[in-house]
Design a protein around this ligand. Structure first.
Ligand code: DX5
Ligand code: ZN
Length: 217
């Protein structure tokens, strides 16, 4: 089990994105989380692809790109060209496990890591067939689409279940959780077996950013 942190730029000051990224790096974050929304899979839109491209190579953290989009088959490889090191798409956005496998293979062929995500109402079963193939599984602990929402505790059971399956089968797959993470909910997720905590509004906009990252360890 790892204790990585992935600050979510959705909550960062967009006018000073370069500085916010440097702050995350200074705090020792291993990953930096980019939320991509297309206005279809979720109602909102977020970062433009050119922004990812502009900043992806300005730091040493893993560009952790979470695509909340209706067409991951087209978008996933596209974000590799923008500098993504890891692209996580949603199982709810594909028609079948086979289609998901195709996208994962494509990402791997481009030398990019692949992640699969489940929304709060999707059970772990939907992604179990992919755990031997993906590099990461992302459990959403809020409805995807916006920051600053309240943590949904049903994510904890999913993390526990995934931890068991991954350890039992010795799969090389990290578990990430996203949504409503702070020092308290983060601790519960760590206890349940999570490897990477994504946190947006808990970190950005606070003077004690560095201290808060430490509290997520
Ligand atoms: C929600 C996004 C999250 C979001 C988390 O759709 O996937 O990454 O930024 O924000 P907080 O940490 O504020 O819940
Ligand atoms: Zn996210």
């Amino acid at each position: 089990m790892k204790n990585y942190v992935s600050p979510s730029l959705l909550a960062a000051d967009k006018a000073r994105l370069g500085e916010e990224i440097k702050l995350a790096e200074k705090a020792g974050a291993e990953y930096i989380h980019w939320d991509i929304m297309d206005g279809k899979f979720v109602p909102n839109v977020s970062f433009e692809t050119k922004t990812v491209k502009e900043f992806a190579k300005t730091h040493k953290m893993v560009n952790d790109v979470h695509i909340m989009v209706a067409d991951p088959e087209v978008e996933a490889p596209f974000f590799v060209t923008c500098g993504a090191d890891l692209v996580t798409f949603h199982i709810e956005a594909v028609k079948s496990v086979k289609e998901a496998e195709k996208i994962i293979d494509k990402l791997h062929s481009l030398n990019c890591k692949a992640g699969i995500s489940i929304k709060p109402n999707t059970g772990v079963d939907a992604v179990v067939p992919l755990l031997g193939k993906v590099d990461l599984v992302l459990v959403m602990s809020v409805e995807p689409g916006k920051g600053g929402q309240k943590f949904m505790p049903n994510a904890l059971d999913k993390i526990r279940e995934l931890r068991k399956i991954i350890d039992k089968n010795r799969f090389n797959c990290l578990i990430e959780v996203d949504g409503g993470i702070n020092d308290e909910t983060g601790k519960l997720c760590r206890e349940a077996g999570v490897d990477i905590l994504v946190a947006g509004s808990y970190l950005f906009g606070h003077d004690d950013f560095l201290e808060r990252v430490k509290l997520l360890r």
